[in-house]
Design a protein around this ligand. Structure first.
Ligand SMILES: *Cc1c(COP(=O)(O)O)cnc(C)c1O
Ligand code: SF4
Length: 461
């Protein structure tokens, strides 16, 4: 709860109402204060309540007022994006929690049951807690992941929440109350020490949660020191964010919005590329006037906005949605970057799309955009060995296969080598695929097994 207070900013009038919009978040405990939900049945509200005990829920007035089409709930994609739905947890888990809520189980019993469920949901997919931890000397760099040689992921301690939560979030484990499941850092100076010692790191990707929930002065503490000449090897500072969709006022009317834009300008002036890795799921997020204003203001600082987001059943598993989103983005000067496959964690069963369908949607959407929209790569799985793209389905010597390639690899040598898996119409993730042509393993598997045998990230010298 303390974080909410920290987030409040803007004018001193309430919202909606007069003056500047002021951030106010609703969590599962404040369902009853969301007037829009009154149009749902008591059963629907109860189901959302149960699911929100297990998966994180958070929404704010901007999302309620500007994104969700309340005449179209529960099917509205923006509603599905943030509001928990009964199908998002397994029926057995649902029944267990619903039973406890109905029988008035005490807090501790409920908490223990929910914790047990969390552990069954693969809270840290793709070996995030073991293989990706960066070391220098005997120390691990807290709140960071270093998986690909060029790019260091940094999770600033004050940025481990978001202006609203996506119901499918693969980082959900960071938002639920279990402290031990979180990854975060409070140490800007440790980050600097690490970067000084690792001169092959060209990209720093600041992520969360959403680092844009941080006050500008916190961001200045983390970013400004990196503008010194000793960090010249860090050419690009990327910021992973959904604030352009969930709280565009962060860049317009929030009290420290202008200071934030000045920081961006200083980064650009110092000769670095400032890249916004903006998370988008639907063209609807680009429509509201405040969102447009925020995009323009960020771009005016010299920063480039790139788009990335997962392909999700119930939200955007439709080529027309992606085609329109990419066309709108190109018009707004946003660069389409990645279409992700929903990760193997949390509510994945509700959102997953078979790989073959993901590829069809990607292909169909690509055909609807000009070359400037075809910069989006995918569908891509962020798996343990790397980012693996489904390039297509074809037949080679009578065998139907998936053609795959690494966009990123734990070993850079794996990148851009095509490889083949047996076609499987139901497969939704890399670990469900078998090598094609009767081979016993994929070309990278032995080396990857070797990496898993060690405790340190082999990419960090
Ligand atoms: C995607 C990703 C990156 C960035 O990869 P790019 O292909 O350079 O965008 C870095 N680290 C991790 C762990 C990632 O998943
Ligand atoms: S904005 Fe990103 S980190 Fe935040 S809830 Fe959505 S997917 Fe998760």
């Amino acid at each position: 709860m303390h974080i909410f207070r920290d987030l409040k900013s803007g004018g001193d009038s309430g919202y909606p109402g007069h003056g500047e919009p002021r951030f106010h978040a609703y969590t599962e405990r404040q369902f009853d204060q969301i007037p829009h939900l009154e149009r749902l049945s008591a059963e629907q509200r109860f189901a959302m309540h149960v699911v929100a005990r297990v998966l994180p829920f958070r929404v704010n007035d901007y999302v309620l007022e500007h994104l969700i089409d309340w005449d179209n709930v529960p099917d509205d994609p923006m509603f599905q994006l943030v509001f928990p739905q009964p199908g998002m947890i397994a029926p057995a888990h649902y029944d267990r929690v619903a039973g406890m809520v109905n029988s008035g189980a005490d807090k501790r019993t409920l908490k223990a049951a929910v914790h047990a469920i969390h552990l069954e949901l693969n809270p840290h997919p793709a070996e995030q807690r073991t293989l990706n931890v960066p070391y220098f000397g005997d120390h691990s760099l807290e709140g960071a992941q270093h998986k690909y040689r060029e790019t260091l992921l940094f999770f600033p301690g004050a940025g481990q929440t978001c202006h609203a939560y996506c119901s499918f979030c693969f980082r959900w484990a960071q938002f639920v109350q279990d402290k031990e499941l979180r990854i975060s850092s409070r140490e800007a100076s440790q980050l600097q020490t690490y970067l000084k010692a690792h001169r092959h790191v060209t990209d720093l990707l600041i992520t969360g949660g959403d680092p844009m929930v941080m006050k500008t002065h916190h961001l200045v503490e983390n970013i400004e020191p990196l503008l010194q000449p000793e960090f010249d090897h860090v050419q690009t500072i990327r910021i992973g964010t959904k604030a352009l969709s969930y709280w565009p006022y962060r860049f317009t009317t929030d009290a420290d919005a202008d200071d934030l834009l000045r920081l961006f300008e200083r980064v650009v002036k110092a000769g670095k590329h400032l890249a916004f890795m903006a998370h988008y799921n639907h063209w609807r997020e680009l429509e509201p006037a405040p969102a447009r204003e925020a995009i323009r203001r960020v771009q005016d600082t010299g920063a480039v906005i790139r788009m990335q987001g997962p392909l999700l059943a119930h939200i955007n598993d439709d080529p027309a949605v992606w085609g329109r989103m990419w066309r709108e983005q190109v018009k707004l000067g946003i660069v389409p970057y990645y279409m992700f496959v929903e990760r193997d964690t949390g509510a994945r069963r509700y959102f997953e799309v078979p790989l073959v369908r993901a590829w069809e949607i990607y292909r169909d959407a690509m055909q609807q955009v000009s070359g400037l929209g075809r910069t989006a790569r995918g569908p891509s799985m962020s798996a343990g060995p790397g980012k693996v793209e489904v390039q297509g389905v074809t037949e080679i010597q009578g065998e139907k296969v998936f053609v795959l390639r690494f966009i990123q690899g734990r070993d850079p040598d794996w990148v851009e080598r095509p490889f083949f898996a047996k076609f499987d119409p139901a497969a939704t993730w890399l670990d469900e695929l078998q090598p094609a042509f009767g081979e016993s393993h994929f070309f990278f598997e032995r080396e990857y097994e070797g990496m898993r045998g060690g405790t340190v990230n082999t990419l960090v010298e």
